[in-house]
Design a protein. Structure first.
Length: 364
């Protein structure tokens, strides 16, 4: 359902961006973000996602089209007049100022009273659980603490919108995961609108209300995390979001919402017809590793013999690489159980999966 101008807090309307006057890095972008949403723009390097964020922040100007914030056009408004908070990957804290002074700065620039500044800084530090760190210098803090200060500074002046450009990219894996949950919980508590940029798919799936997947300057699909993962609309999205098995072939027959794909090895796979139409169309069957059963007594529409090529123990599950339907890079995720522990490399196993878990996508 298309949002009205009234419902849309952030709106891109037919926005193009070119740096050289010839090549468009953002192409005919139409995007609506309702108030209070956490929207993540996800895509590979050069897909246009960061350029979109920079145009929203005011550091870049659209070549054509218009951007609206709360119903008002903002393309001609300078960044410091937009009332937008920003968090960067490198924190961008003032090294010569204490934590408290870093948070006071955006309020002093806005010429707020001292009593108001003190209250807002205190509340912001409490929000990120750094109330005892106000007198510290940035270099006396850990990476995670510095990022929390940067987050608090972006929120302290109560902006209408917060933009985050890969803010967790410099943190180690455990700290990055912890900060994902912290940012998610802060967003849920205060209900602010957030537009977030990352190339980390797990980060996007964890934090977002919706994810816009970018490639080649365009949104390929925009959906909630569960829909994006379970129901990708294209082979690009299927490959980019989560681990994904791919079986190439051609459409053998079509029956309503279902079809049969004959793989390059000659095997027939029953699948959902997503964006293929006619017999003979080239297709890529997308199938998530966790949807595949191994040596199951329950039979599904698709049943094939496979040869185990590799077993990797990953704690909560065993990652099994098998050869099936001509693909020797086919992955099955097996729960760490008695059955999985007794698999052997070189063994022949039975693989089964539902037709509804196979998505026949265009081959692009």
């Amino acid at each position: 359902m298309r949002m009205s101008q009234k419902d849309s807090f952030v709106k891109f309307e037919k926005v193009d961006k070119s740096y050289d006057g010839e090549i468009l890095v953002v192409k005919d972008l139409n995007l609506d973000v309702p108030k209070g949403e956490f929207l993540t723009m996800l895509g590979p390097s050069g897909s246009g996602k960061t350029t979109v964020l920079m145009m929203l922040a005011g550091f870049e100007t659209p070549t054509s089209g218009e951007i609206y914030l709360d119903g008002n056009p903002i393309s001609s408004i300078p960044p410091n007049k937009r009332g937008i908070g920003m968090v960067f990957q490198n924190y961008a804290l003032f090294p010569h100022m204490t934590v408290k002074e870093n948070l006071e700065f955006p309020l002093e620039v806005r010429k707020m009273q001292k009593s108001v500044i003190d209250e807002k800084v205190s509340n912001a530090l409490l929000m990120v659980e750094l109330q005892d760190f106000g007198s510290r210098m940035p270099l006396q803090l850990s990476g995670g603490q510095q990022q929390r200060v940067a987050l608090a500074r972006s929120l302290v002046f109560e902006p209408r919108l917060v933009l985050m450009d890969e803010p967790l990219g410099a943190l180690d894996k455990n700290l990055r995961e912890q900060m994902q949950y912290e940012i998610k919980h802060i967003h849920e508590r205060i209900g602010i609108t957030v537009v977030y940029v990352t190339h980390d798919q797990s980060e996007a799936l964890t934090m977002s209300n919706r994810i816009a997947v970018f490639n080649d300057g365009k949104i390929q699909q925009i959906s909630s995390p569960d829909v994006l993962y379970e129901k990708p609309d294209s082979s690009f999205v299927a490959q980019f979001i989560g681990e994904n098995n791919q079986l190439k072939g051609k459409v053998k027959s079509v029956n309503g919402e279902n079809c049969i794909i004959t793989t390059e090895s000659g095997d027939d796979i029953q699948a959902l017809k997503i964006n293929v139409n006619n017999s003979g169309d080239a297709s890529l069957v997308s199938l998530r590793p966790e949807r595949v059963a191994i040596n199951s007594s329950e039979k599904f529409e698709n049943n094939f013999d496979a040869k185990v090529k590799e077993l990797i123990y990953l704690g909560d599950h065993i990652r099994s690489r098998v050869e099936v339907c001509g693909n020797d890079q086919f992955i099955v995720k097996i729960p760490n159980s008695y059955m999985g522990a007794n698999l052997k490399e070189g063994a022949t196993v039975k693989l089964s999966w539902k037709a509804s878990d196979s998505r026949a996508l265009d081959l692009n």
